[in-house]
Design a binder for this molecule. Structure first.
Ligand code: SF4
Ligand code: MG
Length: 316
């Protein structure tokens, strides 16, 4: 398993006001393998989008490092920076907000082609048509404007724009969450097909596990800026180790036979603030298994089986 991304103890802290620090991402060390879909799940405020942006190089970590194909992305030459800006792309949740309303679809898609000098004239035009077809849109739409499309079509335009620069690694930050339920599956299938046809690797961010279950090779679960568990998708669903993952899975209201054996675990209260997180294990204030040590020491991030990681004192 060749890794495309490696993070070592990545932190992203923000100051708010004079005294307070938001520990949005608080020390994450993971690998993302070439060609996989890595599902990243967490409640809002867990830091998953910030971690995604940090991996994509849109923001520098406060501490720790991000490596892309072995190169530290926070320490690149100008030329390498330019290449990586093309190879790593991000797809946002809201296609409406990310498309310039005054630009025609063809020009929106060509932005990256032009910026990176990838094609000109006839080749550029053919590339735009080809991209529209690949995302399931009729090439006749090149001269139309974003407002003339449905949300799902706009997300397809956004995907075509992303593919235009021939990326290798895509951070998809809740790309279907803003879409009607009826078209979520279509866009998800499109992204899944493109992964194979375009040789992509995804970090796929979602707020619930059921959304990433079928498309992810592996899934990481975040809580208050930390990774709580990471495993292959089947393994995580069949044999979750961390009490937080167990609670999330028990809350999925689908008649899945592997889940029905499990008792429902109801989490108490809301997640605490990332400004003043609990000492020791950040999940301890909501954990049904919390012990004395949990408030005293942060649990180590540990591989408990092959490719199955968790941070919990129950396994140390
Ligand atoms: Fe619960 Fe303790 Fe494990 Fe945290 S370390 S999840 S509080 S048992
Ligand atoms: Mg988010």
């Amino acid at each position: 398993n060749q890794e495309i991304i490696k993070t070592t103890n990545v932190k992203k802290h923000y100051a708010i006001g004079k005294q307070q620090v938001v520990r949005s991402v608080d020390g994450i060390s993971i690998d993302i393998y070439q060609g996989e879909t890595f599902g990243l799940v967490g409640e809002s405020g867990s830091g998953k989008s910030t971690f995604g942006k940090t991996i994509a190089g849109l923001t520098n970590p406060t501490d720790g490092s991000v490596y892309y194909e072995g190169n530290n992305v926070n320490n690149l030459s100008k030329k390498e920076r330019h290449r990586i800006n093309r190879e790593i792309q991000i797809i946002f949740q809201d296609p409406q907000a990310s498309l310039n309303p005054r630009m025609q679809v063809g020009d929106i898609i060509a932005e990256g082609i032009d910026a990176h000098g990838l094609a000109k004239g006839k080749a550029r035009k053919e590339r735009i048509y080809d991209l529209l077809e690949r995302v399931g849109l009729n090439p006749d739409v090149v001269k139309r404007y974003p407002h003339e499309f449905s949300g799902g079509q706009r997300q397809r335009i956004g995907i075509a724009r992303t593919l235009a620069v021939q990326p290798k690694f895509i951070v998809a930050d809740e790309p279907i969450s803003a879409l009607d339920v009826s078209i979520q599956a279509q866009v998800l299938n499109l992204l899944n097909d493109l992964k194979d046809s375009e040789d992509l690797t995804y970090l796929f961010i979602a707020h619930d596990l059921s959304m990433v279950k079928h498309i992810s090779d592996r899934i990481g679960v975040m809580y208050l800026g930390n990774m709580m568990e990471l495993a292959r998708s089947e393994q995580l669903f069949e044999n979750p180790k961390h009490p937080y993952t167990q609670a999330l899975l028990s809350a999925i209201p689908v008649p899945d036979p592997t889940l029905s054996k499990r008792d429902r675990i109801v989490l108490q209260g809301e997640p605490p603030s990332p400004v003043n997180p609990p000492s020791g294990c950040k999940f301890r204030t909501r954990c049904p298994h919390a012990m004395e040590i949990c408030s005293l020491e942060a649990p180590m991030w540990k591989e408990i089986h092959a490719d199955h990681w968790t941070a919990c004192h129950l396994y140390s």
